[in-house]
Each structure stands twice: as C-alpha cells, then as structure tokens.
Design a protein around this ligand. Structure first.
Ligand code: ADP
Ligand code: MN
Ligand code: MN
Ligand code: MN
Ligand code: MN
Length: 385
C-alpha cells in the first residue's frame, strides 16, 4: 500500500482497486502488461505442529513445544483440512531430523478460524511425517489413531482436559510476583476476584474469547491456587479432537502472551513449595455414562492400577517434581484412587459418585503432557488391553 500512497491520482486511475495493473482496454495499442503477474493473495494459514524438543526422543517421553509458520493462498480455502496442501520444514531445527536429510512433512488434519488475524485466515493443526512418508516418531497423533480400534470407537470415548499453566514475567518470575520475595501464602488465590489476588486476567479473557471464536470446545477457565497460575478446560470431546484443540488453545495462549508481554509456561512445578501445574484428564466411555456406569468406572480404575508405571513414564517431563503426595497430588510411585480425594491418582468426582455413573478423573498428567499420549494410554489400558 505504501507505493500506492505515493502515486498521483492519474496513475491510480490506471490501476485496479488493489493497486494491480489494470488489464489493457480492448483494442488498446501496445500497453505493456507484466507477464506472470503475482496472484492476489487473500488468505493466511498458520500451519502448527509439535516438535521433538526434549526428553528421550522416539520413546514417547518427549516434551513437545509448538512450532508454526505462515502459508499464503490466492483463494479462500474453507475449514476442511483436505483443502490445504502438505508442506515441509527444516526438521534439523526442531530436533526431528539430522542436518543432511532434514526435511519433514506437515500434513493438515484440523482447520479452525484464526481469531487473531480474523476471517478468512485460519489456524491449521498438522501431523508430522518423515521423508519416507511414514509418521515421524514424534507424531503421537498417529499413534493415537492406531488405538482407535472398532472396540474403542464403539465406546465413543470423551475427554475433558483441565489445562493448568503459569504466567511468567520476562524476568522468569511468576507474573505479578514481587521481583524479590513472595506474595502472601496460597489460600486466597483459587477462583479469586480482586487486584490483590488476581494476576493476569486480561490475557485469560483474551484467550477465552479467542478460543470461542476459533470454535474450540473450551468449557471454562479459572484462577488457580498459586497466584499467576490459571486453568482452562477443553471438552468433553473425542480423542483426536481434544488433542487438536488443546494444542490449538496452547498455541493461542502463547501467541496472545506475545501481545501482553507475558510468557506462558506449562512446567509442572515452576515454584517449589507452591502448587504445581497439572492437566487432570476426565475420561468416560459409553458404558460409564449410562445409569449403573459405576461398575464400568471401577473396572477401568482396576485396569489403570496395573499400568501405572507406563502411564507415568509418558505423563510429562519433570512430573516427578509435581507428584510429591503434597499440594493436592498423589505420590508418583503410588497408585491411589478415591472419591472426591484430591490426593489420589484417579478421583471419582462427588457428583459422579452421587449419581452412580459418569466419568473418572486421571489427576496424574502434568501441564506439559502431550494430550494425544494421555488419550492413547487411557484407551489402550481401559479398552484395548
Ligand atoms: P475439577 O472439579 O476437577 O476442577 P473441572 O470442572 O475443571 O473439574 O473440569 C471437568 C472437566 O470434565 C471439564 O472439561 C468437562 O468438560 C469434563 N467432563 C464432564 N463430563 C465428562 C464426561 N462424561 N467425560 C469426560 N469429560 C467430562
Ligand atoms: Mn528457510
Ligand atoms: Mn479444574
Ligand atoms: Mn486445577
Ligand atoms: Mn480436576
């Protein structure tokens, strides 16, 4: 547009509404038109994927960060992922490839409106594939797809993901905390209102608004026990949807944090002696949701008691710092279940106990857990084993 501003009105008149050279008038004499004029670009698509950042790569223990880059289109594609082409990126910069054969492929799997750029722009959640066309070892969504057996699909599994997170100032201190020293001890902050207890609400509100505009099934949000710590919930949704939407919601939180000058971390234990950040996962099958479903809930808990070690090994990096048996957690080495017990590994919420059916809450996953891994393990342990 800058060049357009500098043009005289007479020059402008020769151009189309958007500054493109106008087509020569029929029979016009020798007007030169640039061949292969660049197409008018109308849509920005933010391709988002998970990297292979940390932990023990390829063993499911990794902790993924989100990465993204923008692709422009000359036509407005819709919300169907099949309208968006595969793309590639340099996997050697994301801990997913060696330098000598570094291209990884991103394949769109879920498209939502981009609430930050506005229509017609979109966010495009992708799966990662290697140069051989096979799912990349870090592609946990593909591993989840493998667990969606007829038996699992028949159970129409629902997941409600409670994503806790901590806001940090650029200094690395929790947002709103004094640079030296500490706020008053925890107690007043959970679900609080008022400037003395609540730090960072403008970002929380912007994030809620953005998730709703993007069509993410965000069910709510609340201030947490540690000041500067917050939670939002996604679900109940199916296994792939909940994972896609948790990643998209995390992306929006990081992205909006840029505008607010707030760093968002999903570290499980940012501050010792304060509550950590988890990702309680509420889970139900068709059998659990029917009257009398308590039997199915208890049967699943019995199965989960036998796979505790496998789940813990993939329930998030540094989760051992959080699951200490204190601060409303269970001890990492002990499987414990209870009704309305916030010190348990698996909790049956009180309303579920009273009704006799509903869902269970797995309180073990840490805030930085890969949601596809949690869904995969819960389905594997309770349905496919
Ligand atoms: P808490 O009391 O542990 O803080 P929240 O209200 O934060 O619980 O979160 C509960 C989550 O459980 C929500 O995301 C909600 O959508 C989800 N949920 C509700 N019913 C079911 C169900 N039948 N199956 C799975 N998830 C469910
Ligand atoms: Mn480049
Ligand atoms: Mn909650
Ligand atoms: Mn919480
Ligand atoms: Mn919970």
């Amino acid at each position: 547009m800058a060049t357009m501003m500098m043009m005289k009105p007479a020059q402008l008149a020769q151009r189309g509404a958007f500054g493109r050279a106008a087509a020569p008038a029929a029979g016009g004499r020798g007007l030169s038109v640039r061949a292969n004029a660049a197409p008018k670009l109308v849509q920005k698509a933010e391709y988002i994927w998970t990297d292979g950042q940390e932990g023990e790569p390829h063993k499911g223990l990794l902790f993924n960060e989100l990465r993204s880059k923008t692709k422009t289109f000359a036509k407005e594609n819709g919300l169907d992922a099949s309208e968006y082409p595969d793309w590639s990126y340099d996997g050697s910069s994301t801990n997913q490839a060696e330098g000598d054969n570094s291209d990884c492929i991103i394949r769109p799997v879920r498209v939502v409106p981009d609430p930050i750029r506005g229509a017609p722009h979109v966010l495009v959640m992708c799966e990662v594939f290697g140069p051989d066309g096979q799912p990349h070892p870090s592609n946990t969504r593909a591993k989840l797809r493998e667990q969606l057996t007829p038996k699992a699909l028949e159970q129409d599994c629902w997941f409600g993901f409670e994503q806790e997170y901590t806001m940090l100032a650029r200094s690395g201190r929790p947002y709103g905390w004094p640079e030296n020293g500490f706020p008053a001890p925890q107690g007043p902050y959970y679900c609080a209102v008022g400037s003395e207890s609540v730090y960072g609400r403008p970002l929380v509100e912007a994030h809620l608004e953005a998730c709703m505009a993007a069509g993410i099934n965000i069910s709510g949000c609340n201030a947490e026990v540690m000041p500067g710590q917050w939670e939002f919930q996604v679900g109940p949704s199916g296994p792939l949807d909940v994972g896609d939407e948790v990643h998209l919601a995390r992306y929006l939180l990081h992205r909006l944090g840029e505008d607010f000058g707030i760093v968002v971390t999903f570290e499980p234990k940012p501050m010792v002696d304060w509550n950590g950040a988890g990702a309680h996962t509420n889970f139900s099958t068709k059998d659990m949701r029917q009257p009398g479903g308590m039997d199915a809930i208890l049967a699943s808990i019995e199965k989960l008691s036998k796979t505790h070690v496998e789940h813990i090994s993939q329930y998030g990096l540094n989760n051992d710092q959080r699951l200490t048996g204190k601060f409303e957690t269970s001890d990492i080495d002990t499987f414990k279940f209870g009704i309305a017990d916030r010190g348990s590994s698996i909790r049956i919420p009180l309303p579920v106990q009273l009704k006799g059916y509903g869902y269970l809450e797995d309180r073990r996953p840490s805030a930085n857990v890969d949601p596809y891994n949690v869904a995969r393990l819960l389905i594997k342990s309770t349905i496919n084993m």
